[in-house]
Design a protein around this ligand. Structure first.
Ligand code: UT7
Length: 330
């Protein structure tokens, strides 16, 4: 068997659309309030893309940010994987192929991963495999979502929760670089699929042109997903620790999917750790699904919070129901 290469996160980038919508602004169109949203979720505002902007535009924005800040040239990208639930097109072409075309990249592998809010975790591990086996020298892993396009703006139970944006990392092989991806755990409980879904439009319930559109927006049983999230967050942390013979004190940062600050508080309590070990930026961006973890990493990098040698856990959970985590030695 071929010797597996070590795989590193070389660079991080992010992009959110410029339009920032506060809770107070939302409260002018749906029956909600800044007080309710903050106290139940920790969200203060979200960035929303204009109608003409697509998920691939957000992904390209994040990529350009990464290339510029890290002085990386386009040909250094060996493959593109986009984790998203809000593809530019229903089915195909893959959003990753649209990104490739927009970046003007030559022939390379490009495909999407659909694993809900856990998409970035899955994509990072798939990228690690591609690089470790020598299939490609590097992979641009993007989490990108235009959730505003699948949000029912008349449903206060869900519309206050989500935002648009994209984040990315460049994963590559090598020796002794920064950011080695050491381990990942990936899981799914398909039995909970109906708790978070878009009921219509797929092959199980195709659109019927004879009836008005309905069921084509995001539907969520918030309480069921909340309970699932708190449970699996602890499970993934425990699993990554035990697989790698570590204890929680060995971990410098946990970067969770940014879904709800109360989920993090409850999980921290169960893990018996200080909530400060979790990086949170949900207040500014709301829940950007597969984009939330790379956006958080980009912000941590900018704030100087990521230091060489630190052990970082990224933990995701969401539609599927999927969940998982990566252990990275920064
Ligand atoms: O990305 C991963 C997927 N998503 C998640 O992880 C989300 C997981 N779930 C949650 O974060 C929480 O369950 C929510 C934030 C969605 C809801 O919080 P909750 O404490 O579970 O509230 P609830 O659903 O029990 O609703 C409490 C009340 C209800 O009123 P009644 O029926 O008790 O009179 C809702 O109608 O709050 C009402 N409500 C609102 N009120 C004002 C729900 N949404 C709103 C709103 N503004 N936006």
């Amino acid at each position: 068997m071929k010797k597996l290469a070590e795989v590193y996160v070389r660079a991080v980038g992010a992009y959110v659309p410029p339009r920032r919508v506060t809770n107070d602004e939302l409260a002018q169109t749906v029956d909600t309030s800044d007080d309710w949203i903050r106290s139940h979720t920790g969200i203060g505002a979200r960035h929303l893309a204009d109608e003409s902007v697509t998920t691939s535009d957000l992904a390209v924005g994040a990529t350009k940010d990464m290339l510029k800040r890290h002085g990386i040239q386009l040909p250094e990208i060996g493959a593109i994987v986009v984790a998203t639930s809000t593809q530019d097109y229903l089915g195909f072409p893959a959003t990753a192929c649209v990104v490739q075309e927009k970046l003007g990249l030559q022939v390379i592998p490009a495909f999407d991963i659909s694993a809900g809010c856990t998409g970035f975790i899955y994509a990072l591990e798939v990228a690690r495999g591609l690089v470790a086996t020598g299939t490609v020298p590097s992979v641009l892993v993007i989490g990108a979502e235009k959730l505003s396009a699948i949000t029912d703006w008349s449903d206060r139970n869900t519309c206050v929760l989500f935002g648009d944006g994209a984040g990315c990392v460049l994963v590559q092989g090598g020796q002794g670089g920064e950011g080695e991806i050491v381990d990942s755990v990936l899981h799914a409980e398909g039995s909970g699929g109906s708790y978070l879904c878009i009921p219509q439009g797929g092959t199980s319930a195709p659109f019927d042109t004879a009836v008005p559109l309905q069921g084509h927006k995001l539907h969520m049983d918030g309480r069921a997903v909340y309970n699932f999230a708190v449970r699996v967050l602890k499970e993934v942390v425990d699993e990554l620790l035990s697989r790698n013979h570590l204890v929680i004190e060995d971990i410098d940062w946990i970067v969770p999917h940014q879904a709800n600050s109360r989920i993090i508080s409850a999980a921290a309590k169960r893990l018996k750790i200080d909530q400060a070990k979790f990086f949170m930026n949900i207040e500014d961006y709301a829940n950007t699904s597969a984009a939330s973890i790379p956006i958080a990493l980009r912000e941590m990098e900018e704030q100087g919070l990521l230091k060489r040698g630190q052990r970082i856990m990224t933990i995701g959970f969401g539609a599927g129901l999927t969940y998982g985590g990566n252990l990275i030695i920064w």
